[in-house]
Design a protein around this ligand. Structure first.
Ligand code: 6PG
Length: 478
């Protein structure tokens, strides 16, 4: 046996990760694919790579040094279970099976328990960065046992992106912790993309600028505090001209956004955990709304205001930039809240500062301001809400007026800005001294005797709404 790591599944993510692994000093990579033509093709295309091509699971296992470590890169779902079943047959206790796909974390918890029962380690690892990241350095979020991290850590560190001199990988926590954190990453990714899309739409419809001109605006933003991968690629997409029609590509792409499910999972999970991830949820819903052509066509003649160009385009554009920054902070703050709640629910010891660190490079949501998140958690590990950290408090202090102007302008002009507006509402809800939740409690008590607590004394109370409307203590009666 000569290989120290194996890859099963050689579609684009798998082959790029295999090539990345093979390119690092000291790595020899056993590769296996269900259809052997892909394996042969990869070896033929990359004669320089340290690959051991294998044509059966038995051959694959034999090629690996012990403890064996194999990275599965197949379509998440049933395919993953099928490969795990095969690997379990040829692997031995102490070996490690890594699922690098976008698995639902509860599936990972289930698989980890089942595989652990055989003595083999199972690691669900979130891998972010798309095809390019897989090849040159992704951000990696592995869960699984401490034992597996001993073998896996150095290998994953060898292929991860480097940010500020540190590899973008950390042992996130046990069993499904890695896939949980990757899921939240994707939720933030959805929110960030939607916010950028809203910013583009507001600028385009509010100022009449062309996509190419807006590309220049995003390129300029990318030199400032908003510097990030998603802003950078947005400029590229907006600049692209369709070869066939000569129009901006963005104008010929059908405006119905797809999704593979991770954003929906984030919201479903957050609902179960009771964590408001409203910015992320609006991003998911915005994609759903876009993909409803029948409803959109039926609503096409509903009334709305006329969109007038804004009076001062430059001022408006800078307001949008500030609103984007503030809303983006909300998305991260909500995402980290969900991580904290998930860690508590599932018993994971997740270090928030470490997560911010490994998102600084390689992944889709990488951005300069991740450093500020890392610093905020380093300064105050017990930080309750990211948006209240001194740095972020400073940002919203100087941006919230602009944020309000943008949300107001969107409403007045009839331009949908669901992520901008819901983020602002979340912010105002969070900072409100009193919320109308008190009235909701009163309503609940009225129709269902659901009781309430008081601000001025301990206990649980109920008003006799259908009686003399006096208040009784509900604490004793239960
Ligand atoms: C990443 C991405 C990636 C995800 C795509 C597609 O971190 O590299 O999150 O894992 O699969 O972004 O997601 P949707 O199809 O759901 O938009």
């Amino acid at each position: 046996a000569t290989a120290n790591i194996g890859v099963v599944g050689l579609a684009v993510m798998g082959s790029n990760l295999a090539r990345n692994l093979a390119s690092r000093e000291g790595n020899t990579v056993a590769i296996f694919n269900r259809s052997p033509e892909k394996t042969d093709a990869l070896v033929a295309e990359h004669p320089e790579a340290n690959f051991v091509a294998t044509k059966s699971y038995a051959e694959f296992a034999a090629a690996l040094q012990k403890p064996r470590a194999a990275l599965i890169m197949v379509q998440a779902g049933k395919g993953t279970d099928a490969v795990i079943d095969e690997l379990v047959k040829v692997f031995e206790p102490g070996d490690i099976i890594v699922d690098g796909g976008n698995a639902l974390f509860t599936d990972t918890i289930r698989r980890e328990a089942a595989v652990r029962a055989t003595g083999i380690n199972f690691v669900g690892a979130g891998i972010s960065g798309g095809e390019e990241g897989a090849l040159n350095g992704p951000s990696i979020m592995p869960g699984g046992s401490d034992e597996s991290w001993v073998t896996l850590g150095p290998i994953l560190k060898s292929i991860a992106a480097i940010a500020e001199g540190e590899p973008c990988v950390t042992h996130v926590g046990h069993d499904g912790a890695g896939h949980f954190v990757k899921m939240i990453h994707n939720g933030i990714e959805y929110a960030d993309m939607q916010l950028i899309a809203e910013a583009y739409d507001l600028i385009r419809r509010g100022t009449g600028k062309t996509p190419a001109e807006i590309a220049d605006i995003f390129a300029e933003w990318n030199r400032g505090e908003l510097e990030s991968y998603l802003i950078e690629i947005t400029a590229e997409v907006l600049r692209q001209v369709d070869a066939e029609t000569g129009k901006p590509l963005v104008d010929v792409i059908l405006d119905q956004a797809g999704s593979k499910g991770t954003g929906v999972w984030t919201v479903q999970t957050a609902l179960d955990l009771g964590i408001p991830v409203s910015g992320i949820a609006e991003a998911v819903f915005a994609r759903s709304l876009s993909s409803k052509p029948l409803q959109r066509a039926a609503a096409g003649n509903l009334p709305g205001p006329e969109v007038h160009p804004v009076a001062d385009a430059d001022a408006f554009i800078d307001d949008v930039r500030q609103a984007l920054y503030a809303s983006k902070i909300v998305a991260y703050s909500q995402g980290f809240d969900a991580i904290v709640a998930g860690a508590e629910q599932y018993g994971w010891n997740i270090q928030k500062g470490e997560i911010a660190k490994i998102w600084r490079g390689g992944c889709i949501i990488r951005a300069s301001f991740l450093n500020r998140i890392t610093e905020s958690y380093a300064d105050d590990p017990g930080l309750v809400s990211l948006i209240t950290a001194p740095f972020f408090r400073g940002v919203v202090t100087r941006t919230h007026d602009a944020w309000r102007r943008v949300v107001a302008a969107a409403a007045v002009s009839g331009i949908p800005a669901p992520a901008f507006s819901s983020s602002l509402s979340y912010y105002d809800g969070l900072r409100a001294e009193r919320l109308p939740a008190a009235l909701v409690q009163g309503q609940r008590d009225f129709f269902g005797a659901h009781t309430y607590q008081r601000v001025d004394k301990e206990g649980t109370f109920h008003t006799l709404w259908s009686g003399d409307r006096s208040e009784v203590s509900a604490t004793d009666s239960h």
